[in-house]
Design a protein around this ligand. Structure first.
Ligand code: SIN
Length: 513
């Protein structure tokens, strides 16, 4: 194959990711060289380097000194792209994003249901009565009361402005759905009800591209550089040519995600879930956390690892929580419902693991399919089976037909006649209508790390004494404390879209002195 044939646009790589996360490495290997040659949406720059001896943080070894920047961001996922864009809007001129993977977007590429936000103009338009206080209460409660109030309050109070900020860069999230643990509908998604990642990442990428910001893919950061006063002044990274380079920076923002794909870390912090399938891309290996820890930051709540209850086990593909919020139910291998489908993720996961065979099915009707574009992709990717009647669906998935019909009839009575739900479900109650009907076989999978770098509401990385480390900021899943012991669905994107820009603003203020 010629080099020309190998050229792949960034967007097409994303499309491949969305089809098969496990094919990611294989596709990545095939496209690695291509991404480097791409004339697509991002600037894959080689840097203008000069050889320097002994510039490592330990003063030993050989590193090449690359160009210096105002801000270097480690990780080009949702938080990193949002931080870069906000830094540019703050007037910061030289911003570089270092990305370990073959392309930008990270796990946010796969983010499905949407972004939680309160007191938004779209909620007001729809007559949804919500407050920042209620959002904060739900987040604290959903996180088993382990979350930090200062972080929670900052996120919730800033969430409506974040929705408007995204709208200002043509990312409109005006279709609102219900998520587990939320008192009201506050999960904002694209107008057509499609998975948010597929709108958010291309939109942010386009805005980043327009701002002329640099992203170096396949360039994993390896270590933070500090000066004699202990301030972070740069990042070492392994360049595509295999050499180690030092990128000097006025400030560094770590947005490198969690460690959901690092078996060793999972074994260390939560051995009982280490062998679960993961929804994370393979690059999510906790590097940012480890780097920050080495530079003196404290890591907190590291054993708080979320399993998502509806993960297809062969591919690690997530069946979005918004599907349940739109009316879907969960049944076990006997065709019976067994739990409040809108409970928090940890509770639903636990209930599934108590079922025969430790798996379940997400079952929904045509109206759910029509309102959630993700459902179309489940059919296309072979993640769901379809049948014209419930009895035929039961037959296809090997459950008792009478039990499934009874489960749906009882559920419909709750939604239409106001009967009390035997499992206490009060949210996302929408009656099943006519067929066809659909089912996806699922079980819990590792989804999110609530623990990570300790930060304050100014996104500054803190040491074990709560003292900020000068020049070091962090945002998104790489941080710990916001979500406590359990993250609510839809709060991941809100975290990144609030704290990514916040870290950039704070870093900009720091370098301005
Ligand atoms: C989901 O839609 O179930 C995943 C989105 C999230 O983790 O917030």
């Amino acid at each position: 194959m010629s080099n020309q044939e190998r050229v792949v646009r960034d967007e097409s790589v994303q499309e491949e990711w969305s089809l098969d996360r496990r094919g990611f490495i294989k596709i990545g290997a095939a496209c690695g060289a291509a991404a480097a040659l791409s004339t697509g949406a991002l600037a894959f720059l080689a840097g203008c380097d000069s050889k320097t001896e002994g510039s490592g943080s330990d003063g030993s070894g050989t590193s090449e000194e690359a160009a210096s920047y105002d801000i270097v961001i480690v990780g080009a996922g949702g938080a990193g792209l949002a931080a870069a864009l906000a830094a540019s809007q703050e007037g910061v001129e030289k911003v570089l994003i270092l990305e370990k993977g073959i392309s930008s977007g990270g796990n946010t590429n796969f983010s499905s249901s949407g972004m939680n936000a309160s007191e938004t103009r779209f909620q007001k338009r729809d007559g949804i009565d919500d407050t920042n206080t209620l959002f904060a209460e739900d987040t604290f409660k959903g996180g088993h009361e382990l979350g930090e109030h200062a972080l929670i309050d900052y996120m919730c109070d800033s969430s409506a402005a974040a929705i408007d900020w995204l709208d200002s860069v043509a990312i409109t999230l005006d279709n609102i759905t219900q998520m587990g643990g939320a008192s009201v509908k506050r999960c904002h998604r694209p107008t057509d009800g499609s998975a948010i990642g597929k709108t958010l990442i291309p939109g942010l990428r386009a805005a980043v591209e327009q701002s002329g910001l640099e992203i170096l893919t396949e360039t994993p950061a390896t270590e933070l550089v500090k000066n004699d006063s202990g301030a972070v002044t740069g990042v070492k990274a392994k360049a595509k040519d295999g050499t180690e380079k030092v990128y000097q920076a006025g400030a560094v923002i770590i947005t490198a995600g969690g460690f959901g794909s690092n078996k060793e870390m999972l074994r260390e912090y939560r051995p009982e879930v280490a062998d679960f399938v993961t929804t994370n891309i393979p690059y999510t290996t906790g590097d940012g956390m480890m780097m920050a820890q080495k530079a003196g930051a404290e890591l907190i709540l590291m054993d708080q690892i979320q399993t998502h209850p509806t993960v297809e086990q062969e591919t690690g593909a997530l069946i979005a929580e918004g599907i349940r919020g739109g009316g879907a139910i969960l049944i076990n291998s006997e065709g019976r419902r067994f739990f409040d489908e809108m409970g928090t993720r940890d509770a639903v996961s636990e209930a599934e693991l108590e079922q025969p065979g430790k798996y379940a099915f997400v079952v929904y009707d045509q109206q759910v399919y029509d309102k959630n574009l993700d459902a179309v992709s489940y059919s296309e990717r072979g993640l769901s089976v379809q049948a014209p009647t419930l009895a035929e669906l039961a037959d296809k998935i090997g459950v008792d037909a009478a039990a499934l019909q009874d489960a749906v009839a009882t559920y419909n009575a709750v939604t239409t006649e106001g009967a009390a739900d035997p499992f206490g479900r009060t949210k996302g109650l929408i009656a099943f209508g006519n067929g066809p009907f659909y089912a996806c076989k699922i079980a819990p999978g590792i989804h999110y790390c609530m623990g990570g770098i300790r930060v304050d509401e100014l996104s500054r990385a803190l040491d074990a004494n709560g003292k900020p480390i000068d020049g070091l900021y962090a945002a998104g899943e790489t941080t710990g404390g916001l979500h406590g012991g359990n993250r609510l669905g839809g709060n991941g994107v809100c975290d990144t879209m609030v704290f990514g820009p916040n870290a950039a603003k704070q870093a900009a203020a720091y370098i301005a002195g």
